[in-house]
Design a protein around this ligand. Sequence first.
Ligand code: NAD
Length: 373
Amino acid sequence: MDSRIEFLYLSEQDTIKVGVNNASECVEVCEEVFKLLAQGDYLMGGTNHNSHGIGIIFPKESEFPNMPTAGPDRRFFAMPAYLGGRFDVCGNKWYGSNAANSSKGLPRSILTVLLNDKDTGAPLCLMSANLLSAARTGAIPAVAVRRLGREDSEVCALLGCGPINKSCYRNIMTQAKTIKKVIFYDLFEDKAREMAEWAKKEYGVETEVSSDLPVLLSEADIVTVAASRIKPLFIEKKWLKKGALVLLSGPVRGDDEFWLESKIVYDHIGLHEAYVEEAVVSGDRKNYYSGVIGGPIYNLIDENKLPDLKDSVDLGHVILGAGEGRTNDEENIVFVACGMAVFDVAWGYELYRRALEKGIGQKLLLWDAPALS
Ligand SMILES: NC(=O)c1ccc[n+]([C@@H]2O[C@H](COP(=O)([O-])OP(=O)(O)OC[C@H]3O[C@@H](n4cnc5c(N)ncnc54)[C@H](O)[C@@H]3O)[C@@H](O)[C@H]2O)c1
C-alpha cells in the first residue's frame, strides 16, 4: 500500500500563472457556488454547518507582554468548508489581519488556502491566497450585478479604494457592460486618486474622485462598498439614486430608511442565521453585531422592523428562480456579502486543477510513510 503523501504548493506568482485574476471565469465559478449553496450541497464550520469561521479576537490589554492586543482590523480567522458538486473537496482559508501592516509595506491581511482530500484529510494544495480571496470577494458582487443590477447602469461608485474594492470593480466590469463613469471615494484621497488613474488606464472609462458622499451617491447606479473599519461609513437612503444596487462586501452604517426601504438580498441566509446564533451564544448580541457586516440588519430584525431571515431571500435562490430578485427599475437593492469559505475552496480548487494540468507549482513531501499509523 502506498502511503506516501505529497502536496502542491502554489506561490502568488504561480496562482497568477494559472489565472487567479481571470475575473470573468471567477464570476462563473462563484455563480456555480451560489447554486450549490441554495441546493444545500456544502458544509461550513460549526454544528449549524453555516459558520463563517472561527477567529482569534485579541483582548484590549494583556498581562503577557508578547500577547497581541486589539487594534484596528486586527484578528486571525480560520474558515473551513466542504463544497460538493464537481468540486467535492474540503479546504480552509486561514488569515491574519492588522491595519498596522500598511506601515510595513504589507497588505492589511495575509491569506493562505489549504485544500484537503475529503476522505483521508491529506493535504492536496497549499496556496498563497491574497489574490484568490480578493478575486472571489470581487466576483461575488459581480454575480449580484448580473442578477440584480439594472440593465442600463451607467455610473459605478467605489466606497473604499483598497485591494478588495479594486477586485470588485474588475469583476463588476465583466458584467456591467454599460458603465461609462466610475466615481472613487476613500478616507484618504490619494488612494482614491491612485485607483482612478489605474481604472482610466485599464478600462478607458471616465473617472472622478469625490469626497462628497451624498452627491456621488445621487449619480450612482451601482455602489460597491469595501471600506475597512478605520472609520464607519454612513449612508442615508435619501442620498441613493432610484434603482441603485448597493453591494456590501465591507461594513456600512445607514439610517433606518436605508435598510427598511431597500430590498435586502443576502449572499446566503444560513450564514446570517449562524451569525445571529453566535451573537446569542456570545451573551452580548449588540456588541457581536457591531463587528459583522449584517449587524445593523440583525438589530432591525430583532426590533421586528425587518422580516425574519427565514422569510428573506438570498442570491442562490434568486439564481435558481426560487426567490424574488429585482422586480422593477425603481427599487433599491442592498446585496449583503459577508464572505464564505466555499467560494475560496471553489476558486482554489479550480486553480489547483489547472496547476496540475500545466505542471505549475512545487511538490512538497508530507511523508514517504507515516511514522505513526
Ligand atoms: N465580504 C468578504 O468576503 C470580504 C473579504 C475580504 C475583505 N472584506 C472586507 O473588505 C473591506 C476592504 O478590505 P481591503 O483589504 O481592501 O482593506 P484595506 O484596509 O486595504 O482598504 C480599505 C480602504 O477603505 C478605506 N476606508 C476606510 N474607512 C473608510 C471610510 N469611512 N470611508 C471611505 N473609505 C474608507 C481605507 O482608507 C482603505 O483605502 C474590509 O472591511 C474587509 O474586512 C470582505
